[in-house]
Design a protein around this ligand. Structure first.
Ligand code: FMN
Length: 189
């Protein structure tokens, strides 16, 4: 048996996603931020954990809608920038020179440079544990055909999503397939 050590309360769950949450402010100015403390929390729902002081949190309270793009190897630098600077200091969309389209389904901007974007409406927003817990219902998924397979499904090898490694403060690529879910366990049955 290996020796075990108590590490206390430190975040180790992995992989964390790198999600780019885009919103409009009350004047229709688009903004984007990087969120790793979030993810799919149901078949049709996503969850975000946001600090109360972010411009995005304020925007969400006003518009009750957002888009959520998956950061990829190709969009890594852009995605990190969205997490480094607040809209309260700089107009990030202008500085990054990205292109915005209006979501067809919700009152939120779509950043054209991301190949996969979820369009969401806020269904729950609750202040708890010093943060804002947001649940969004996904009303549409918008995908570039470059990240789809022949059957129109998202192909992760083509998408190349990145993951946030909170233990080394780095971004990682998703690894290769190592097993089959709902099948490999049958070897023990
Ligand atoms: C890798 C990474 C992950 C982050 N995850 C979160 C998160 O889950 N929740 C959060 O509130 N802030 C998170 N941040 C910080 C915000 O993205 C950052 O403070 C941003 O400037 C907020 O932008 P805004 O004020 O324009 O909304 C993260 C930043 C990085 C670089």
């Amino acid at each position: 048996m290996n020796m075990k050590k108590n590490l206390g309360n430190t975040p180790v769950i992995t992989p964390l996603p790198v999600l780019i949450v885009a919103t409009y402010d009350e004047n229709g100015i688009p903004n984007a931020m990087n969120v790793a403390w979030g993810g799919q929390c149901g078949y049709h729902h996503v969850a975000l954990n946001l600090s109360l002081n972010h411009k995005t949190t304020e925007n969400l309270e006003q518009t009750k809608a957002f888009t959520l793009s998956i950061a990829t190897v190709e969009t890594l630098v852009l995605s990190d920038y969205f997490g480094l600077v607040s809209e309260r200091k700089e107009n990030k969309i202008e500085n990054a020179e990205v292109h915005i389209s209006q979501s067809e389904f919700v009152n939120a901007p779509v950043i054209d440079e991301y190949p996969l974007t979820l369009e969401c409406k806020v269904v729950e927003m609750q202040e708890a544990l010093g943060e804002m817990h947001v649940v969004g219902e996904v009303v549409n998924v918008l995908a570039d055909d470059t990240v789809l397979d022949g059957q129109g499904k998202v192909n992760l090898d083509k998408l190349q999503p990145i993951s946030y490694d909170s233990t080394s403060h780095s971004y990682r690529m998703l690894g290769k397939i190592v097993g089959e879910a709902f099948k490999d366990g049958t070897k023990i049955e």
